[in-house]
Structure formats: C-alpha cells, structure tokens
Design a protein around this ligand. Structure first.
Ligand code: FE2
Length: 252
C-alpha cells in the first residue's frame, strides 16, 4: 500500500494581500499534480491545512485538493478550526459532524489508518487527554493483528533545540507512547507541525515528520537541491509493519 503525506500547507485566501497566498496555493497545486503521477492508494494530510481557520481558506483548500485521484484523509493542526473544517469537508464520511474530537479509523484498506486529533481550541501545543487515550487504546485493541498506520499533527516527542516539550502536558505525550508501545501492530506514526523532516524510532515503531509543503515556512530542506520546489512524503507499507518512506521533491 502506497500512502502520500502532505502537511502544513497553511493555505491563505487567494485574494489576500499577502505574498505567501499565491505561493502556498501554487505549492499545493503542484504537489497534488505530482502525487497523482505516483498513484498512491490514499493521501493523508497531517494538519495546519490553512493559516487562519477561515471558511474562505477551506473553500480554496478544497479547490486545490479536488484534482487528487486518491481519497484524502486529514487531521487538524493548531492552525485549523475544527468547526470550519467540518463545514468544508462535511461530505467526507470519515469526518464526524459533531463531537469534541476529529479523529477516526479507516478500515477499507489492507492497512488500517487511524487519524488522531491532537488539537484543542486556542492551544498551540499538542494535547492527548484521557478521553483520547481511552479512544485510541480501544481502537487498537479491537484489531490487534491488522497492520495499522497512525497520523497526527503534533509529534509526541522532542526533536531538537527548537522543539522541546511539544505537548502542553508531557504526561499526555508519554501516554501516547505507552499506548502505541503496547500495540505492536502499529507500523508507524506520521506527523507534521515542526515544518522540518525527522525520522526516528519511537514506541517500538517508526515515526516520521514531514516538512511543510508551503516552501516559505519550511525548514531543514536543502534549498539548493530542492530549488524552491515543494516536497512531500511517500510511505510504502509492505509486510506486516515494514514502513519505507522517502521524501519526494515535486518535479524531480
Ligand atoms: Fe504548521
């Protein structure tokens, strides 16, 4: 199963008098076109889809994502407004119309996909409260023998000097690690938020952070090599829990 990952697109309304608006739209447009050429089975978006959580931004996001051939599954980031996101993507069956959390399970593939909501209104840092802990533990306990891929906006671990303590309560990040470590069918955890690429072992599985698709806010990418082109990630899952990932530069 091949999964494309997009993250931190930070889309702005095209009419905005903001030089980034056109740039970010163009980054996502080119990324979508390149993803279609790779023929993934699904596309996941790990949050911060738009900049200000405004309906006009979500309308533009939908236009930009519309050409995708594969189904797209998104989780919110701290920049997203869950109510506006629901309003814009309410016709997607996996998005619950109500409730505090925008999390879900996709069971229609060989690999189970679990989108986790790490956001709280007004909070920049990650949250993974006891209600979410109980939900994820229950979900993973339902099908312990099916390979499962998790995706979430906030990485539940420190990634360097610029990102220490990414969760408001460190014990909540530790709880996420504990739950995943008790469910060995988890093939990996895909994250966004920090805008630069990180790969590491975590909770007995593999974690991946992909850089932002928006080139004006990304870090940790060789800009000479990338030549100003957006990057995204492709994840190949073969075998039970064998996650092979690579970062693709659009048009390379
Ligand atoms: Fe972001």
């Amino acid at each position: 199963m091949l999964i494309a990952q997009i993250s931190d697109t930070h889309i702005l309304v095209p009419e905005a008098e903001h030089s980034a608006a056109e740039l970010r739209g163009d980054c996502l447009r080119r990324t979508v076109a390149d993803i279609n050429k790779q023929h993934p089975d699904a596309v996941v978006i790990t949050g911060d889809t738009v900049q200000h959580g405004q309906p006009e931004e979500y309308a533009h996001l939908r236009e930009l994502l519309a050409p995708l051939d594969a189904p797209v599954y998104l989780v919110p980031g701290n920049r997203d407004d869950k109510n506006e996101l629901r309003a814009a993507f309410g016709d997607c069956p996996y998005i619950a119309g109500t409730g505090e959390f925008l999390h879900y399970v996709i069971d229609e593939y060989d690999i189970r996909l679990v989108g986790i909501d790490s956001t709280l209104v007004g909070e920049r840092k990650g949250r993974f409260c006891t209600a979410r802990q109980d939900w994820l533990d229950g979900v993973l306990g339902q099908q312990p023998n099916r390979p499962t891929l998790l995706f979430i906006h906030h990485p539940p671990f420190d990634v360097g000097d610029h990102y220490v303590g990414g969760y408001r309560r460190p014990e909540e990040a530790a709880a996420l690690e504990d739950i995943v470590s008790r469910h060995p069918q988890v093939a990996g955890l895909l994250c966004g938020h920090v805008h630069w690429p990180v790969e590491r072992e975590w909770a007995g599985t593999q974690a991946r952070i992909m850089p932002s698709v928006a080139v004006d806010v990304r870090k940790g990418v060789d800009e000479v090599e990338a030549g100003g082109r957006p990057v995204y990630m492709l994840h190949q899952l073969s075998g039970a829990t064998d996650l092979v990932s690579h970062t693709r530069t659009v048009g390379a």
